[in-house]
Design a protein around this ligand. Structure first.
Ligand SMILES: [Zn+2]
Length: 636
């Protein structure tokens, strides 16, 4: 399916004679240096730091790498680790003008998550002041939440390997022989003929990292197990090049490729294999019966813009009608997420040789809606918080969702599935006073709602995938499960048991103190031989209100009643049958099933008819039977 890259490789070998006249600078941004016991290291994939020198103990001067190419210099990317930082406060003088609040993560112990530095940690655009506790030995600093060549490939593989609709292939090799990948997303259940075709490529400029997060969001949306994901895959085929300037990314460049060339500007006279591979694939796809109709070229800008933006190309470089075609997609993305409001709308005239958009326009005109998208490193418009990778992944998902409106896609012909649980809750054995949590999760869509249950009763407020609480009461012991529901159905998890170890060390699998009405925890079965149903139940009866003629006093607190309260379960039978006849009631706690050896313990007060000692009574008196693992299906 892919065009053979051989021709381009052959042509390139001639072109390389020319570029050899101005070879790229050596990889002087890969350093390893130890100062005062702190090892600074940028000698890894995507690492970049040109120099580090000591000003005083724990105070250093860091020099950014200047990325020099035939179109000039570019300089903002940095990424390096520092080992041996435990217990220190370290000041680094480093130019981070284009991102006032760079990123940090703890590598050891870790790795932890990337986070923006605080205002104290990045007090101005040329200083970082970082304090570490005695447990933190190694940290990593970066201009923005980074993804190197290998990390990007791992993130893409993680998404594609989990989907039956994605194929990850190699287009060919870069100048430095790194693989250039292509992800194709297609649902083969639907014929190609009627499908739209979308092209996305990312990170032509090496340091423009927001574009990688945007791409990952876009890819996750088109692969999503959701109504929108199914709809997109039914009507659209996607081709995504997850990283173009793979050499520059690996080197830790800000902008140019390994030869100092701007891959973005290679559309008239292609001298680099990366652009040749893109062009070859695009040319092939444009020969299909359903050629590319949307092309998205993802970038980042170092400018401080209010919002992410698209470069809309204007007449006279394109037609006025094409301006409207571009605006339709921009409006569709605007409507797809509150994180984009087109507040930084930018325009440009197409240049015949720069941007893939020019290549599309020059060859296929209005039939390909091609746009450059730019993220930035500053605050977002909605809450004025600083942007991060998650922000741009959501922008990317919205760029995919916007295609539903742009193409006016029909609804998916596949019904949405009911949820399935990918993890189940597991049992816990805990003492009173300990925290506990149960969790289960569903990746299903439409959005899933959760409700946790204990012993057949819904737990108030427990409506997340994880239920966390404190074990404060014996009635919390028992069987837990969660019900996950979406608009197409629901599924109940397996039961997980919370066993409480009481003060004497006895494990309690289920208990009811009847302090509150717990009728919902029990199943009742009534039986009678005439005039029924003929029983009553009261699950929080205050038996102190019940005068015992036998005792000549109210019924005292049960022997095992915590706090000497006088609440209990009251059962009566044969209340309303004028004829002497059998009547009974059986109770079964819901959701209980036990294996191995268990004991049943309870306090019981039983009244009998007639006067004291039953004198003067007629007929039989009360019986009570009790045990474990009764089938719960009939009255004893
Ligand atoms: Zn760019």
């Amino acid at each position: 399916m892919n065009p053979k890259p051989t021709l381009y490789r052959w042509l390139l070998s001639a072109a390389l004679v020319l570029v050899a006249l101005h070879p790229a600078a050596a990889q002087s941004n890969k350093l390893t240096a130890t100062l005062d016991g702190i090892t600074f290291d940028s000698s890894y994939d995507n690492g970049s730091l040109a120099a580090i020198s000591k000003l005083a103990l724990n105070e250093y001067d860091a020099t950014l790498y200047t990325d020099t190419g035939e179109k000039g210099t570019a300089e903002y990317w940095f990424r390096f680790t520092m080992s041996g930082v435990a217990g220190r406060t370290i000041t680094i003088h480093l130019d981070h003008t284009h991102n006032p609040v760079p990123f940090l993560r703890v590598l050891d112990p870790g790795p932890g998550a990337w986070r923006r530095m605080t205002a104290n940690e990045a007090p101005d655009n040329s200083t970082l002041t970082l304090s570490f506790d005695t447990n933190t030995t190694t940290v990593e600093l970066a201009f923005f939440e980074p993804l190197g060549y290998t990390e990007t490939l791992a993130a893409v593989t993680n998404l594609t390997a989990a989907s039956p609709y994605a194929i990850l292939t190699t287009l060919g090799q870069s100048f430095e022989n790194r693989d250039l990948h292509l992800v194709t997303v297609n649902n083969p259940d639907y014929p190609d003929a009627g499908k739209h075709r979308v092209w996305v490529h990312t990170r032509v400029h090496a340091g423009e990292i927001t574009s990688t997060h945007t791409m990952l969001g876009f890819l996750s949306q088109v692969l999503a197990n959701s109504a929108t994901g199914r709809r997109l895959r039914e009507y659209v085929t996607f081709h995504i090049v997850p990283q173009v300037n793979v050499d520059g990314i690996h080197r830790g460049h800000t902008r140019w490729d390994a030869q100092g060339i701007d891959i973005e500007s290679e559309w008239c006279n292609i001298r680099v294999p990366e652009a040749a591979l893109l062009k070859g694939q695009v040319d092939f796809l444009m020969t299909q019966s359903n050629p590319i109709s949307v092309a998205l070229n993802l970038h980042s800008t170092r400018g401080n813009f209010t919002d992410s933006f698209f470069f809309k190309h204007l007449s006279p470089s394109v037609s006025v009608a094409f301006e409207g075609i571009q605006q339709n997609y921009i409006d569709a993305v605007d409507a797809a997420t509150p994180l984009f409001d087109n507040l930084s709308a930018q325009t440009s005239q197409l240049n015949p040789c720069t941007f893939i958009e020019s290549y599309f326009w020059n060859n296929w005109g209005e039939s390909v809606m091609a746009l450059t998208e730019e993220g930035h490193y500053y605050r977002r418009i909605t809450d004025n918080a600083w942007t991060d990778g998650a922000h741009y992944r959501e922008i990317g998902r919205a760029m995919a969702r916007g295609l539903v409106t742009y193409y006016d896609l029909p609804p998916s012909s596949e019904p949405d599935p009911a949820p399935t649980l990918v993890t189940q809750p597991s049992s816990r054995i805990l003492a009173l006073g300990q925290p506990f949590s149960f969790s289960a999760s569903s990746t299903s869509a439409p959005p899933v709602a959760y409700q946790w249950w204990v012993n057949g009763e819904p737990v108030t407020g427990a409506t997340s995938a994880t239920y966390t609480s404190l074990l404060t009461n014996v009635t919390q012991a028992g069987a837990y499960a969660v019900v996950a529901t979406n608009s197409f159905g629901s599924v109940t998890s397996s039961l997980a048991r919370l066993v409480l170890i009481d003060g004497s060390g006895t494990p309690i699998a289920f208990a009811d103190d009847f302090e509150a009405n717990s009728a919902n925890r029990w199943t009742e079965l009534g039986g009678f031989t005439s005039g029924g149903p003929d029983y009553s139940s009261d699950y929080s009866f205050d038996y102190d209100t019940y005068f015992s003629a036998f005792l000549g006093a109210p019924i005292p607190s049960a022997p095992n009643s915590a706090g000497a309260t006088t609440h209990g379960l009251k059962l009566t039978v044969n209340d309303n049958d004028p004829v002497g006849a059998l009547a009974a009631v059986s109770l079964f706690p819901k959701w209980q099933s036990y294996e191995a050896t268990h004991a049943l313990k309870f306090d019981m007060w039983i009244n009998y008819p007639g006067g004291a000692g039953g004198s003067g009574a007629s007929g039989t008196t009360e019986n009570a039977f009790f045990g474990l693992n009764h089938s719960g299906e009939h009255v004893v």
